[in-house]
Write a new protein. Structure first.
Length: 85
């Protein structure tokens, strides 16, 4: 993450009060400090793009939907064969 004031890299900072601790605990926001200009604030951590992880998640969801459809079609077919003489 870069400093919004000077553009230098910032590092994580400890919480200084109860409100900062609560924000860090409840959300994904963390406190940061810039050593160059002294800026200190709360921001969301920058996440790296994980294309392989996203692709894996999408494929798992698609496979789950396909399996659910197959089971649903089989259940309807089995129910129809049971109800018809």
């Amino acid at each position: 993450m870069v400093c919004p004031e000077c553009g230098e890299r910032v590092h994580r900072s400890h919480s200084h009060n109860l409100m900062e601790s609560a924000i860090k605990t409840v959300t994904s926001y963390k406190t940061y400090r810039c050593t160059k200009c002294g800026w200190r604030g709360i921001a969301a951590p920058v996440k790296k793009s994980d294309i392989a992880g996203k692709l894996k998640s999408i494929l798992l969801w698609v496979m789950g939907v396909i399996i659910a459809l197959i089971i649903g079609i089989y259940a309807v077919y089995d129910l129809q064969s049971t109800l018809l003489p």
